[in-house]
Design a protein around this ligand. Structure first.
Ligand SMILES: Cc1cc2nc3c(=O)[nH]c(=O)nc-3n(C[C@H](O)[C@H](O)[C@H](O)COP(=O)(O)OP(=O)(O)OC[C@H]3O[C@@H](n4cnc5c(N)ncnc54)[C@H](O)[C@@H]3O)c2cc1C
Length: 611
């Protein structure tokens, strides 16, 4: 099928900026760039507009969208040798709003050091201070209620009015109960209760995360509804085209440096072209922005030649440097009377809760009752001593600046090496999960809670590359979890610590059936068993990033500090792909704030060209 140089009906021949991917970052850019009436923007999204869909809007129904082609790209990894050759599922939003439309809505802020590490690997203009105004700009964080503060031990948040005034609505909810209290009491007894607000980048210990849920409507607050409001959509200088698959970026290669001139699109099988007079901006996410670059001739010569794609910019770093947070899920049977989300397996319970939500937005379907904790390096004895940390890291090679930067975070006793999550249901792990829902649908007859252990700053680096020149073929994603042996050593120690949290004498342990089942039926107190738990129970936290890394080109960079693609003009990447080092915690706050900052950079660059 050849592509035609005429624009599709309804489209102009040329726009100033074409944004590829109307996801989390793409919607931010579409809004901010069209604040200037003189700037004409085309936003292209492969999926549909689902902003009024109850499955997307109702927080408690999120599992209903996974694996369905109209919502979810549903990627699978190659088998992971360090995880008993299991295949890891990677849900990705395929709709306006992207992954913010199907994520778990946890809203946490990164640690300061994990963002300062971006400067340490060659980006002096990117550190926590530089990102801070944007971490505040994207959201409005509601005030937690007195009862929530009490149950969740929130002693540090004295806000009486909302924090920030950004588009994404963030709230704490009301549904916290005995299990949350047990979580906080347990961490307090271990002297690991956070005394600081996570927003300042220095939280350590258990704290109550907020959620991207609008407190007024109890609906998911995500980029497509918050940044593309009816007023924004009505702007004459913004054109949004959904159900439009971008095949590749087009270049003018006649000058000294290739210039991006537009994109080739596929709408219902009709392939055509549209031009960008200033820039093409890729915001297709960490698996697909590198895919589009490779399909366009930007990438490793070897890979491009293998697929008969003419090389426009040779850069073997495209699709490399892929990072993700590994998460180990251990489920524990609860005592009779302890609340568990597993009761939703009963259709009568689900119906009753749906009725409550429909009637007045009350009940658990409108909120999230997850709680979290950040801890330094821990093991079965608690926080590992300075001597113990030194021993663990002795004799290893940290000559690579990125490894040194990660080491500096992980070994810092004031930094969160781990994030723990208290999840209100059982989690099922399959060798080849069909989709994300496979993990969430309760298959065991007993009721459980799950404690999740996340390594915040992994050393391992994976990859994502095209396997064909067909733009619709899924790329090959190999996260290479734990290929750096240190990750397994660290994760296993984090798993050992879980035994403290669920011990019979702990407040959380008292809510569990201590003679009941565990998934897996293993106790992780010795290191070898803890490693086996990782092999059996680790999946992805869905925080893929780093595949078009912002770093100096000679150190594996794909974009510079202004997020411009090396070796080409008029081409940027703005999404999680550019993270040079994975930040601590759930990353949507960082994606939003990077996109907010990128919008300012793009505006500045346009002004500079005009002058
Ligand atoms: C299941 C799940 C749970 C998560 N839970 C949380 C959480 O609780 N808290 C948190 O902070 N983070 C969470 N995350 C992570 C967070 O949501 C993502 O990191 C973030 O949304 C990624 O934003 P992005 O802009 O990089 O990509 P996306 O938001 O994924 O946007 C990419 C967009 O590009 C479109 N696209 C792709 N290819 C093309 C093409 N060829 N042509 C046109 N359009 C294309 C896609 O359809 C999509 O809309 C979760 C993610 C997932 C998947």
């Amino acid at each position: 099928m050849g592509s035609v140089a005429v624009p599709l009906a309804g489209l102009e021949e040329s726009y100033d900026y074409i944004i590829v991917g109307g996801g989390t970052a793409g919607c931010v850019l579409a809004n901010r760039l069209t604040e200037d009436k003189d700037v004409r923007v085309l936003l292209l999204e492969a999926g549909d507009d689902k902003t009024t869909d109850p499955l997307v809007l109702t927080p408690g129904l999120v599992a209903g969208v996974y694996g369905k082609d109209e919502y979810d790209w549903n990627f699978q990894s190659v088998p992971q040798s360090t995880l008993n050759n299991r295949i890891i599922n990677q849900a990705r939003g395929k709709m306006l709003g992207g992954s913010s439309a199907l994520n778990f809505m946890m809203l946490v802020y990164p640690s300061k050091a994990s963002i300062d590490a971006w400067a340490a690997v060659g980006n002096p203009n990117w550190n926590f201070e530089a990102l801070k105004p944007y971490l505040k700009k994207f959201a409005t964080v509601d005030v937690p209620s007195a009862s929530t503060k009490d149950i969740c031990s929130i002693t540090y948040n004295n806000d009486t009015v909302a924090y920030g005034d950004g588009p994404v609505q963030v709230s704490f909810g009301e549904g916290y109960g005995v299990t949350n209290k047990g979580w906080f009491d347990t961490f307090e007894s271990l002297d690991l209760l956070s005394k600081r607000d996570a927003r300042d980048g220095q939280a350590l210990g258990a704290f109550q995360n907020a959620s991207s849920i609008d407190p007024a409507t109890k609906t998911r607050s995500f980029s497509a509804v918050t940044y593309l409001t009816p007023e924004v959509r009505a702007r004459e200088n913004l054109k949004i085209l959904t159900n439009t698959h971008v095949n590749k970026v087009l270049f003018d290669t006649t000058g000294s440096e290739p210039v991006a001139t537009g994109v080739e699109i596929n709408v219902n099988g009709i392939v055509s072209q549209v031009s960008a007079s200033l820039e093409v901006i890729l915001s297709a996410g960490a698996l697909q922005s590198p895919q589009i670059l490779e399909l366009s001739g930007v990438g490793s010569k070897e890979i491009l030649t293998q697929h008969n794609i003419p090389v426009v910019v040779e850069n073997p770093a495209v699709g490399e440097g892929m990072q993700d947070h590994p998460i180990v899920c251990q489920s524990f049977e609860v005592k009779e009377g302890t609340p568990s989300g597993d009761v939703l397996r009963d259709p009568a319970v689900l119906k009753a809760l749906l009725d409550m939500y429909t009637a007045d937005r009350s009940g658990p379907l409108g909120q999230l009752t997850i709680s979290v904790a950040y801890t330094p390096l821990v093991n079965k004895t608690g926080v590992i001593s300075d001597e113990g940390v030194k021993e663990l890291f002795a004799g290893r090679d940290f000559s690579n600046p990125a490894r040194a930067a990660v080491r500096d975070i992980v070994t810092n006793p004031n930094e969160p090496t781990f994030q723990y999550i208290l999840f209100p249901t059982q989690v099922h792990i399959a060798d080849k999960p069909d989709n994300m829902a496979t993990h969430l649908i309760p298959v065991e007859p007993e009721n459980f809670l799950t404690v999740m252990t996340i390594l915040n700053s992994p050393f391992s680096r994976g990859s994502v590359h095209i396997q064909s020149s067909d733009p619709k073929a899924a790329p090959v994603w190999d996260p290479k979890y734990n290929h750096d042996g240190l990750d397994m050593e660290l994760l296993a120690r984090g798993v050992q610590f879980v035994e403290h949290l669920v011990a019979p004498e702990s407040a959380l342990g008292k809510l569990l059936n201590q003679t009941g089942r565990r998934l897996p039926q293993l106790k992780g107190d010795d290191l070898e068993t803890a490693k086996e738990i990782v092999r059996q129970r680790q999946i992805s936290v869905f925080h893929v990033s780093g595949s078009c890394s912002m770093r100096p080109r000679e150190q594996g960079g794909v974009v510079n500090e202004r997020l411009q693609v090396y070796g080409a003009k008029g081409l940027r990447v703005v999404d999680a792909s550019i993270f040079p080092i994975e930040p601590a915690g759930n990353i949507q706050s960082v994606v939003y704030s990077v996109a907010e900052r990128a919008a300012d950079l793009i505006k500045e660059d346009r002004k500079a060209v005009k002058v």
